[in-house]
Design a protein around this ligand. Structure first.
Ligand code: SF4
Ligand code: FE
Length: 482
């Protein structure tokens, strides 16, 4: 059965020889590093829940390649129902981790690369799709976590890849050899990079013929010779080095991003899925981004559920739960969160079959979904902070609470209504702080803005997909304009 247990996943990561830098130091053991480990726990949950019969229908699927049960993160969507289950799975994982669980980028990448290589081969007579199918089979059989890598550093955004002052601003092919290609460049803010077994690289923009060397897609092991990782800092990250469980807000789970550097990495031809076919780079970007914009209608909603729950508890612990304006704020938060979910479900339900058989979301609705995600979590976070009160950012630390002299003072003055301890009140405040301002805010706030493409990228897609001419025609007919 091609399903790893959570423990087997952790052990498999230990066997990787990743070259990792964090806070100015080379890290030999990312798995146990206190800053990194919570993010590993989040990915581990994608394995653990797949083992649980209760969640089997969301977390696993039947492989179209082998008929075997595989983790849904390794699955190509075979129906609109598969697309809906994907979103539901992501909401569930957001609820269980309160963080970014990272594995979606690989799932979204394989679904995009599958249909694009199929269509590319049909048009150009290339043989990328069968190479990709071999890679996918290995991914399914070994239950791998694959990091979909799209975003290049981009340098001067006003210039195309080939006209950058430094030619490495976009990942490119520097040499073609008999047995494969050599690539150089970097991918920025790579979600879950250190918790992945393999990397699936894609181009980041539509390209012209001058940029053919940059139109490259390939897979390689995460610890391939020449790849290094520089871990991204997060707000309040060093609290994880203090050894406590309270001040971090969410002691068990987190997410991470890293700058992934390719320094003359060799990739055998069998793992190359695009090499110079610039006309297809835009399609690959559009589809990967579309899938990831759908994803946000699941994962952010799950984290939103946690935040709404935390805000409601904060109201209880402040003795304010009965106030009508608090009730109304919780209603508003729920309304916004469920609107995001509705978009994630809608773009899935309206999904359609591509030529390869893999299902694609409705791109207009997926972009509307993500556009809403660039706004609503901010409002949900604002309302959570409103309900929590200023104590969320002014209260003493866990160490003060356990101090022999001042601990009792804190317990006396920070307690809530009868039966609510200072510690419980502080814990819920810290969780809200974590999601709105701390390490999880990377995933819940700024990633809501820029992950899967910044707001303007969705507006471009909405304008392309919105079919304004059809709407004009509707108006003309009713207005009696011939
Ligand atoms: Fe998955 Fe959401 Fe994280 Fe993207 S941001 S990897 S969709 S959890
Ligand atoms: Fe993301």
């Amino acid at each position: 059965m091609p399903l790893k247990t959570a423990q087997q996943y952790e052990e498999s990561l230990r066997r990787l020889k990743l070259k990792v830098y964090l806070l100015g130091e080379r890290i030999d053991n990312p798995v146990d590093h206190p800053i990194i480990r919570p993010s590993m726990n989040s990915v581990k949950m994608t394995y653990a829940l797949a083992e649980d019969p209760l969640h089997e229908d969301l977390m696993t699927a039947k492989s179209h390649l082998t008929g075997k049960k595989v983790n849904r993160f390794c699955h190509l969507h075979q129906s609109a129902d598969d697309l809906i289950r994907k979103v539901k799975m992501q909401r569930l994982l957001g609820q269980k981790t309160g963080a970014c669980f990272q594995r979606c980028v690989g799932m979204d990448a394989i679904n995009a690369v599958d249909s694009v290589t199929f269509e590319m081969d049909r048009k150009l007579g290339t043989d990328y799709h069968q190479r990709f199918a071999k890679f996918l089979l290995m991914m399914q059989e070994e239950d791998l976590t694959v990091d979909g890598a799209m975003t290049d550093p981009k340098g001067d955004r006003g210039l195309p890849p080939c006209r950058q002052e430094d030619p490495d601003m976009y990942v490119r092919v520097v040499e073609k050899q008999d047995k494969g290609i050599v690539v150089r460049g970097a991918k920025a803010h790579q979600t879950g990079a250190l918790n992945s077994h393999w990397v699936l690289v894609m181009p980041t923009i539509a390209m012209g013929s001058d940029d053919a060397d940059y139109a490259v897609s390939f897979a390689c092991p995460a610890d391939a010779e020449g790849i290094s990782y520089i871990y991204g800092r997060q707000s309040c990250d060093t609290r994880k080095l203090e050894g406590g469980t309270m001040d971090v807000g969410n002691a068990r789970f987190g997410g991470h991003e890293a700058l992934m550097v390719f320094d003359n990495v060799f990739v055998p031809w069998e793992d190359v899925f695009m090499c110079g076919e610039h006309a297809f780079s835009g399609l690959l970007v559009e589809r990967f981004a579309g899938y990831h914009r759908q994803s946000y209608g699941g994962c952010k909603v799950g984290v939103g559920d946690v935040l709404i729950g935390a805000a409601a508890l904060a109201a209880d612990f402040n003795g304010a739960a009965k106030a009508s304006h608090i009730k109304d704020k919780l209603i508003e938060m729920t309304h916004l969160n469920e609107t995001l979910y509705a978009c994630g479900i809608a773009c899935s339900a309206e999904g359609s079959r591509t030529e390869s058989g893999t299902y694609l979301i409705n791109l207009l609705l997926a972009n509307v979904c993500k556009q809403n995600v660039t706004r609503f979590p901010y409002e949900i976070a604002r309302l959570a902070e409103d309900i929590a009160g200023g104590i969320m950012v002014t209260m003493p630390s866990e160490r003060d609470l356990s101090h022999p002299e001042i601990g009792d003072v804190i317990r006396k003055y920070l307690r809530g209504p009868a039966g609510i301890s200072a510690e419980h009140r502080m814990r819920i405040m810290r969780l809200i702080e974590n999601i709105t301002l701390g390490t999880a805010a990377v995933g819940y706030r700024t990633e809501s803005m820029h992950g899967a493409g910044s707001p303007q990228a969705q507006r471009i897609m909405i304008s392309r997909q919105g079919n304004l001419d059809h709407k004009k025609q509707l108006a003309k007919e009713l207005a009696g304009i011939a």
